[in-house]
Design a protein around this ligand. Structure first.
Ligand code: ATP
Ligand code: MG
Length: 619
């Protein structure tokens, strides 16, 4: 007895700060707490006085603060320092000719995020100068995706809003002697550009026309005198410049198309090179951020604004985000959709934003992903697994847990009685609370958690072997089972009250649990480079990209999880009225992260797997 006490005392250690003798564990806890406090105080003392403060999360749930590293350091920080103005004004300028994809999420995060971080504003500007490719549905879908990602455009604008103003600027340019109407065809234009075989660059005779002549020709273009390709307006830039963007680019061309906003009013439409820099100028854009394929265009962008003497925004270029192991091009996705390899543009296996959304990926996880990658001038090539890893980490700390059995087999526990269990929604986040689940004499477990023949290295259920049922006070031991052909139809078991702790716990659901369908999505393609497949990307399609479990079951806690959606709670999805079924997210313990699919009805609930629980699972 005395020895035991002495032993215990010997185990105690001195807390030097308080002079108390405490257990080793307690001391460790205290020291860790003090170290954390000291680190916090140090960080506070060292923080620069005017360090930009990250916007406060909307609720107490500090676990989902907005990621801001990409703005506080690196390329975007340098861009801001180059022009440290207030307010920052940016724009996200999609062409409304298709659905957005994961790459666009970077552009959205960069433009909207940069403005938000600096307390400025960002326009959503539809770059609708190409009437032939535009469709109403894309306008709506693009705006919805921007809002879903948590951004509110300062205003939604259209390049076409400026058609009158742009036309005036074109006349102004002509009067300045800096634009001319040209009637050359493709071959002539090519010859003028010069080159090794063709000799030096030169201008055509149209460049020598007087401003008066050009003005009347331009008005004739406007009034329908010419057919498409018979005439176009060219800027008179600097053909001595080494940059092809200065070789008298087209400013206006004739198109035989009605515009979805201006109708038949215009026969001539401005080009990207003429429109973009001027619309940026009209909107007072301070930092015009675009991708690096526009580096060469910076010269012509600056030239036009300077020549016209209008406000000059600053264009800077960042690297595109490319994802390997999938295809993003509109044409290719269109083929997958029309040939029915996928369920539509929003198929959860696609990396369109509507597809990623439908799969259940939370918008916050996408922003976190972009933030983690950071922004530089180099293109970023990322594997799908890396994206999934970020999503998994995000879900791990933001969604509740439930039990879902994909392939149920009944276990009748002969000595069990019905009881009510109190199960926490998350073992890690007590604030999520708990819910009551009925435990029934018959429960359903996963078919592959049972083996007809036991073996020593196997730790789940088998005849004579016990396994823990998650949250249930006693393990169960199988005693017998019945089969129909090859298939086990029922397992009989008893509670194992020996007091021995089971090696493994498995998930289960009670009798009477809801029947649901679960769709497990695997990679749509077999390789990292679908485009390199012999015969094209279609030949690289993974035949097992969608596995369906039509008879899955989910525990009753689902009702509360659904009622409390969106998860993460208060993430803003519902505030914007965009929180659809996909915001009903949870971790199906031991199975996968899941979200409700938009195909669900009142009678039939369908889940998508968002991501597996571990990196290699399901590959
Ligand atoms: P297209 O290939 O048909 O021109 P796009 O992919 O360039 O289409 P836009 O609508 O022009 O689509 O894109 C809007 C904005 O998103 C542009 O500023 C563009 O630079 C940016 N963007 C497009 N793809 C990516 C990407 N993969 N990574 C980062 N930004 C992107
Ligand atoms: Mg484009």
């Amino acid at each position: 007895m005395a020895d035991a006490v002495a032993g215990q005392v010997a185990k105690l250690q001195l807390d030097e700060e308080t002079g108390e003798m405490v257990s080793k564990g307690e001391l460790k806890k205290r020291l860790a707490k003090r170290a954390k406090k000291a680190a916090q105080a140090k960080a506070k003392a060292e923080a620069p006085e005017k360090a930009p403060v990250a916007p406060k999360p909307k609720t107490e749930e500090a676990k989902i603060s907005e990621p801001t590293n990409m703005f506080a350091q690196g390329w975007l920080d340098e861009v801001y320092k180059e022009r440290p103005v207030k307010p920052v004004v940016t724009r996200f300028p999609p062409e409304p000719n298709g659905y957005l994809h994961i790459g666009h999420a970077k552009a959205i995060a960069v433009n909207f995020g940069f403005a938000k971080y600096h307390g400025g504003k960002c326009y959503l500007r539809f770059d609708d100068t190409n009437p032939e490719a535009e469709e109403e549905k894309y306008f709506t879908a693009i705006k919805e995706m921007v809002e879903w990602l948590g951004f509110k455009p300062y205003a939604v604008t259209y390049s076409s809003d400026n058609f009158d103003k742009l036309y005036e600027k074109a006349e102004e340019l002509i009067k300045l002697g800096k634009a001319y109407v040209c009637h050359c065809g493709d071959a002539e234009i090519k010859a003028q550009r010069g080159g090794e075989a063709r000799g030096p660059r030169f201008r055509c005779a149209h460049a020598d026309q007087t401003p008066e002549h050009n003005l009347s020709e331009f008005r004739a273009m406007r009034d329908g005198k010419y057919k498409p390709r018979e005439a176009f307006l060219r800027m008179k830039q600097n053909i001595e410049d080494g940059n092809p963007q200065m070789w008298d680019l087209a400013a206006y061309r004739i198109l035989d198309a009605e515009h979805h906003r201006t109708g038949p009013k215009w026969k001539i439409y401005p080009t990207y090179d003429f429109t973009h820099c001027l619309c940026d100028s009209f909107e007072g854009i301070t930092h015009s951020l675009c991708t690096t394929e526009f580096i060469q265009s910076r010269v012509s962008y600056e030239w036009l604004n300077k020549t016209l003497g209008v406000y000059e925004p600053m264009q800077r270029e960042y690297g595109r985000l490319n994802i390997t192991g999938t295809v993003l091009s509109k044409r290719k996705i269109m083929k997958l959709v029309t040939e029915k390899y996928v369920r539509g543009w929003d198929d959860p296996r696609l990396y369109t934003l509507i597809g990623i959304k439908r799969r259940g990926v939370p918008p916050g996880a996408i922003l976190e992903f972009v933030n983690e990658l950071g922004v530089t001038t180099a293109p970023t090539n990322i594997q799908l697994a890396r994206f999934d890893q970020t999503v998994r980490r995000y879900l791990e700390r933001t969604v509740p847990r439930l039990m879902v059995v994909l392939d149920p087999v009944p276990v009748v526990i002969e000595d069990a009685e019905e009881m009510e269990l109190e199960i926490p929604f998350s073992p890690k986040i007590p604030e999520m609370g708990s819910h009551k689940v009925k435990f029934t004499k018959t429960v359903y477990i996963e078919r592959n958690d049972f083996r007809e023949v036991d073996s020593p290295e196997y730790f789940r259920l088998a005849p004579g072997k016990s396994v823990g049922l998650l949250q249930v006070p006693y393990p169960v031991k199988a005693v017998s089972f019945t089969k129909d052909g090859d298939k086990v139809t029922e397992i009989k078991a008893v509670f194992d009250k020996s007091g021995k702790k089971p090696k493994t716990y498995i998930h289960w659901v009670a009798e009477g649990s809801r029947n649901v369908e679960v769709r497990i999505h695997n990679s749509l393609f077999k390789s990292e480079k679908p485009d390199d497949a012999e015969g094209g990307f279609i030949n690289d399609i993974n035949p097992n990209s969608e596995e369906i479990w039509p008879h899955a079951m989910i525990e009753s806690g689902f009702d509360e999880v659904k009622a409390r959606a969106p998860w993460p709670e208060a993430a803003g999805e519902s505030e914007l009225g965009k929180g659809g079924l996909e915001s009903v997210r949870f971790q199906a313990m031991r199975v996968a992260y899941m979200a409700m699919d938009s195909d669900s009805t009142d009678d039939k609930v369908i889940f998508n797997r968002i991501v597996s629980l571990k990196e290699d699972a399901g590959k």
